[in-house]
Design a protein around this ligand. Structure first.
Ligand code: ARG
Length: 475
């Protein structure tokens, strides 16, 4: 049982709710093999919330009396308190949290407790709990993404004006504003939130009432349960309801994509903090040392984030594989869905707990970045565009500047060291104003196309980003 588990009683044969048709008691090894209580106990509050709604529905349609309903609800609330206070007698022999709670209810209030499971199966109950759980956790994660984005926007504002080399193939390509780079992360995380919301919508559908697989002969009203639990809709097909784990897969896909973004960001932080780049200084509080080399300051936090991405991908692959070839409807294989989802949630939460404060405390080395961006070769495209503005076709301009690049490399000279006469050897379209193209700041400011790195565009993007976050906050 996990460390936060509650006390559990010693192993005594406990009658299982389903034991009626069995002649033999369950093998001990089978009990522990099939056990999910160790991890599904985290669903307890959702299980009780769902049971209370189910119970109220049973009362409203007349399947139980209002006294019975009161007794059951009271019992469930007491059980909730027992669990919260660490006083609940968890019994691993009862497989999972659902049977533990139901058995305890019967123990507490007597046979009336046995009415709670009327027109319900663990198959739809498990789905209800999991959907309630994910619905809440997804909202939490979306908030966490927003708060990271808020930090990134604040940093982008603080560091507006800092120029760095933009890269392709990890080779210096064109100068960009560091803030523009930070806002690229903002966009990734914005898509992550959109994906999570989309996943949330499909998780937010009420499955209860599907029964084991076929629905119920009893006059239940699924709409009542859905309404009580604030689900805007109910699942349409009972067979699909108990076998569907698409919403878990979708969540793990969202989680994987988000983890991939964290991993790319981490990789950049690791690179930038090397002596070779030296663009950033990771806060001491977020680094660790070496047990052997006294001088070391290692970027373990971004490294571990990068590493944890693997386990999240693993959960997605694991669940996809689990679901492949599963016949309809419920199969016990499906019990393996939960650990994947829980661990992905926990891992993302753990990442958020370090990545946002790390960015808050990060310091950068603007001069080093500027120096790295000052390689004039990165202005070659600006020179080609200069010729295009003078009527040269882009292909021709590319060729001409390519020759100028080769010339400079041969002569070990910079563009800015060439005379006008030399430029005109390459093309008669060059005139005195070519010098103005060879300014780092000019190169940045000239990238005024929508989404470009000009300061004016980045300012606009910052404003939009702030507005997006504000609108989300007020909704
Ligand atoms: N612990 C099981 C799960 O998580 C509950 C459902 C059991 N249903 C069954 N038919 N055995 O999937």
């Amino acid at each position: 049982m996990s460390s936060n588990s509650q006390k559990s009683t010693s192993h005594q044969p406990v009658e299982k709710p389903w034991s009626g048709r069995f002649q033999e008691s369950t093998h001990r090894a089978v009990e522990s093999f099939t056990l999910s209580l160790t991890y599904d106990q985290r669903l307890f509050s959702f299980d009780i919330q769902g049971s209370i709604a189910h119970c109220r529905m049973l009362e409203q349609v007349g399947l139980i009396t209002s006294e019975e309903s009161q007794q059951i609800q009271q019992g469930l609330l007491e059980i909730k308190a027992e669990i919260e206070e660490g006083k609940f007698p968890f019994r691993p022999e009862l497989e999972d949290i659902h049977m533990n709670i139901e058995s305890r209810l019967i123990e507490k209030i007597g046979p009336t407790g046995g009415k709670l499971h009327t027109a319900r199966s663990r198959n739809d109950q498990v789905l209800l709990d999991l959907r309630l759980y994910l619905r809440e956790e997804i909202k939490y994660l979306i908030k966490a993404v927003s708060s990271l984005q808020t930090t990134l926007v604040a940093k982008a504002e603080e560091w507006l004006g800092v120029i760095m080399p933009g890269y392709t193939h990890l080779q210096r390509a064109q100068p960009v504003l560091f803030s523009h780079h930070l806002l690229a992360y903002f966009e990734m995380f914005q898509r992550d939130k959109e994906r999570l919301w989309d996943c949330w919508r499909r998780a937010n559908v009420c499955p209860l009432g599907a029964g084991a697989l076929a629905g119920s002969t009893l006059p239940i009203d699924r709409q009542i349960v859905a309404k009580l639990l604030d689900f805007p809709s109910i699942t349409r097909n009972s067979l699909d309801t108990v076998s569907d784990r698409d919403f878990c897969l979708e969540f793990l896909s969202c989680a994987s994509i988000m983890a991939m973004h964290f991993s790319r960001m981490s990789e950049e932080l690791i690179l930038w903090s090397t002596a070779e780049f030296s663009f950033v200084d990771l806060p001491d509080a977020f680094c660790t040392g070496s047990s052997l080399m006294p001088q070391k300051k290692n970027p373990d936090v971004p490294e571990l984030i990068r590493g944890k991405t693997g386990r999240i991908y693993g959960h997605l692959m694991g669940l996809l594989t689990l679901l492949k070839s599963l016949p309809l409807t419920y199969n016990r294989d499906l019990q393996e869905d939960k650990e994947a989802v829980f661990d992905a949630v926990d891992t993302l939460k753990a990442i958020f707990s370090v990545i946002t404060p790390l960015w808050e405390k990060l310091s950068i080395r603007p001069q080093v970045m500027h120096q790295a961006a000052s390689d004039e070769m990165m202005l070659a495209t600006d020179l080609a565009d200069y010729l295009v503005r003078r009527g040269v076709s882009f292909r021709e301009a590319h060729r001409i500047i390519g020759q100028a690049v080769a010339y400079c490399l041969r002569q070990k000279r910079k563009f800015s060291e060439l005379s006008l006469a030399e430029w005109q050897e390459f093309s008669p379209h060059f005139s005195q104003d070519v010098a103005s193209v060879l300014s780092l700041q000019e190169s940045i400011e000239a990238k005024k196309s929508l989404g470009g790195t000009a300061t004016s565009r980045v300012r606009e993007a910052l404003e939009q980003a702030r507005k997006v976050l504000q609108d989300e906050e007020s909704n």
